[in-house]
Design a protein around this ligand. Structure first.
Ligand SMILES: [Fe+2]
Length: 296
């Protein structure tokens, strides 16, 4: 059986939908970049920030600011969901060329939107399938399908995308509020019981003690209001198979803890642990301080 040890420290980059992992050298993780979203007609108008050039520019800028040269794209790199349409080929090629041209070492884990992506990947970009990637007790996978048995057995921390998590705030935009915002989800799991581990299943029981779900990186992505409605059909697999077993909290991009999400077991597990180890501890207001790192 794989031994679970302490994974590397990791924390969101303040104000960004990006996770920094303190590997050596450090790694930036982005999920649901959806290059091409909104381009269903050629030359359809889109905000620059949501174009391939704008998305690459943002990734490069944050990587430079953070002093990070490694980037992991955690699924749904492109849009639409099927094959790569002719009008997207140049934009997708330029997106990767911009990243690698800026000196970033890029790795991709495929998501449910990434049909045909592997065949179109430029040289030098490593591609992993939906089975994900296990590195230093962290299991990275998109979240739409089961990851590998090795990942399920060996990961202390699961890092996923796919959910497009959002949080509906009390005040709508018309009333001066910010409406629905992208958020992070952090879930803490109880240790698996002997009966759970012994149960005969098609897939090994996940040994992970926590999961982190990234917000969608593309600002045009629709986000689910997880505090208001049940997860959409395409996201239920991830919630039922992974997140619902633990207790989940949502955090806005500035680090604000907006509370527990309405799924999971009854209270009793993990209260103290969750309070002692928030996703983004001691968060100052956006832009008010340097990047913060979770220490353990
Ligand atoms: Fe997505």
């Amino acid at each position: 059986m794989a031994t679970l040890r302490t994974p590397p420290a990791m924390a969101p980059v303040p104000g960004e939908a990006l996770l920094r992992v303190e590997e050596a050298p450090p790694l930036l993780v982005a999920a649901d970049v959806h290059v091409g979203l909104g381009s269903w007609e050629p030359r359809a108008p889109r905000p620059y920030a949501a174009t391939g050039s704008g998305l690459a520019e943002r990734l490069i800028a944050v990587a430079s600011r953070e002093g990070v040269s490694r980037l992991l794209l955690l699924g749904d790199v492109k849009d639409p969901i099927g094959r790569v349409p002719w009008w997207l080929r140049d934009e997708l090629g330029s997106f990767f060329a911009d990243l690698t041209g800026a000196g970033l070492d890029v790795e991709v884990v495929l998501g449910n939107h990434d049909a045909e992506l592997a065949e179109r990947m430029p040289r030098g970009v490593r591609v992993r399938g939906a089975e994900g990637l296990l590195r230093r007790q962290v299991g990275y996978f998109h979240g739409h399908a089961w990851p590998s048995d090795r990942l399920l057995r060996g990961a202390h921390t699961l890092v996923m995308g796919h959910l497009h998590p959002g949080y509906r705030l009390a005040l709508p935009r018309e009333a001066g509020g910010s409406g629905k915002e992208r958020c992070w989800v952090r879930t803490l799991f109880p240790p698996p019981s002997p009966s759970e581990l012994a149960r005969s299943r098609r897939h090994p029981f996940p040994r992970a003690r926590e999961a982190i779900v990234l917000p969608a990186f593309n600002p045009l992505c629709a986000n689910e209001a997880l505090n208001r409605s049940a997860p959409a059909r395409g996201h239920r697999f991830m919630v039922r198979r992974f997140l619902a077993r633990g207790r989940s909290r949502a955090f806005l991009l500035d680090g604000t803890d907006v509370g527990e999400l309405p799924w999971g077991p009854s209270p009793g597990f993990g209260d103290q642990d969750a309070e002692a180890r928030p996703l983004n501890p001691g968060s100052p207001p956006r832009g008010a301080g340097p990047a913060r790192r979770r220490s353990g």
